[in-house]
Design a protein around this ligand. Structure first.
Ligand code: FES
Length: 195
């Protein structure tokens, strides 16, 4: 029997809770499957698209081999730490940041440490260097100005993209922060893995 990682459950519950609060958006887990191959698990969740009440798009939650990223005690608020996940390939660059504000999927005593992929979901624009401390957001994207909310699972705030920024699922082990999976699909990749 497959054991559901607490981070994955938290990500799903967080998305559902925020959707319920928003009222106009739906987040419905109508299909859930785990594919265990070489330690990789994948879950498919149907998530409503804001502004498109009838549409639902698949949000994929996948787990990979856990990777040490940084120490919680060494993170300073609003100072991004860059890393790559789930591999070293194209579009794997990601941001780890302590927001100073509780966030969906956040870890740590204040639930404010989150991580996201740096590649814009619209057409792959690079979001490196665009963290906005005041808004806890990433963007605007240099290509078509999309901005993503890091407190709400990377949902887009404005711009051309209509899919949330892929969130790196984190796990805290003592003072050590590990990446353990992805919530969403990295731009340009079929299953979040290189090639
Ligand atoms: S590539 Fe980022 S908004 Fe188009």
């Amino acid at each position: 029997m497959t054991k559901v990682d607490p981070n994955i459950a938290a990500a799903i519950n967080g998305a559902q809770g925020e959707a319920a609060q928003a009222g106009t958006r739906k987040c419905l887990m109508n299909r859930r499957q785990f594919l265990l191959t070489s330690g990789i698990a994948t879950t498919v969740v149907m998530v409503g698209v804001p502004g498109m009440p009838q549409a639902q798009t698949p949000a994929v939650i996948s787990t990979y081999e856990r990777k040490f990223i940084a120490r919680l005690s060494e993170l300073a608020q609003d100072e991004p730490f860059d890393f790559t996940y789930p591999d070293e390939g194209l579009y794997a660059e990601s941001i780890l940041v302590k927001l100073g504000k509780a966030a969906g999927g956040g870890i740590g005593p204040e639930k404010d440490v989150v991580a996201f992929n740096y590649t814009c979901t619209h057409q792959g624009g690079p979001l490196q260097g665009t963290y906005q401390a005041a808004d806890k957001a990433l963007g605007p994207c240099p290509l078509h100005l999309t901005t993503f909310d890091l407190t709400r699972h990377g949902i887009f705030i404005s711009g051309q993209a209509y899919q949330s920024l892929p969130q790196v699922l984190l796990e805290l082990d003592g003072d050590d922060i590990y990446a353990v999976g992805m919530f969403g699909l990295i731009y340009g990749r079929f299953d979040n893995l290189q090639g």
